[in-house]
Design a binder for this molecule. Structure first.
Ligand code: HPA
Ligand code: MG
Length: 176
């Protein structure tokens, strides 16, 4: 068990399971886009670890970039996606694969889709390591899902609780 700020967390998903899930989505994306040079766009801060491991599994030509949005505070998702930073290059004709650490309400992805609609991308795909289907409140399609999880708060592997826990190599769940 670990303690972050005022809360306790128990082990939930091992480093090995995470590695397996990332290898799986990298292989699926590679099958679909090995003939192109996709650009992977990680959503900061949480996705930095997923993107790093994803890239190591992806063997075909590719590029990487990052964007940042502020949408999550504490242990509950706020309804509004507040800001967008980054995306400083022209993506016309590119195959874009957005890489998320986790999709829950889908609010971030709705905002992202709006943003990318204005760019003339060739393909726009979404990949996420974790997905909470019970928390989804938007009608969006997620193209590549690593692991489906129940609607419980998790930390580790890039995911934080008020800034802490991102460095954990495995994932922990909030203790009931
Ligand atoms: N943990 C941390 N950050 C998150 C989560 C979670 O369960 N869901 C969405 N952002
Ligand atoms: Mg995120």
């Amino acid at each position: 068990m670990i303690q972050l700020h005022d809360k306790q967390f128990v082990p939930f998903i091992s480093a090995q399971e995470i590695n397996f899930a990332i290898a799986k989505i990298a292989a699926l994306v590679e099958d679909d886009f090995a003939d192109e040079t996709p650009i992977f766009i990680g959503v900061l801060n949480g996705a930095f670890m997923v993107v790093s491991d994803f890239m190591k599994h992806y063997k075909a030509p590719c590029e990487v970039s990052f964007i940042k949005m502020a949408s999550y505070e504490g242990t509950t998702s706020t309804n509004e996606v507040k800001q967008l930073i980054g995306l400083d290059r022209d993506l016309t004709g590119k195959t874009v694969v957005v890489i998320e650490d986790i999709v829950d309400t889908g609010n971030t992805l709705v905002a992202l889709k709006e943003l990318f609609k204005k760019q003339n991308v060739k393909h726009f795909k979404i990949a996420t390591l974790f997905f909470k289907p019970e928390a989804l409140v938007n009608d969006i399609k997620i193209d590549y899902v690593g692991i489906r999880i129940p609607n419980k708060f998790i930390v580790g592997f890039g995911l934080d609780y008020d800034g802490l826990g991102r460095n954990l190599p495995e994932v922990y769940q909030l203790k009931e």
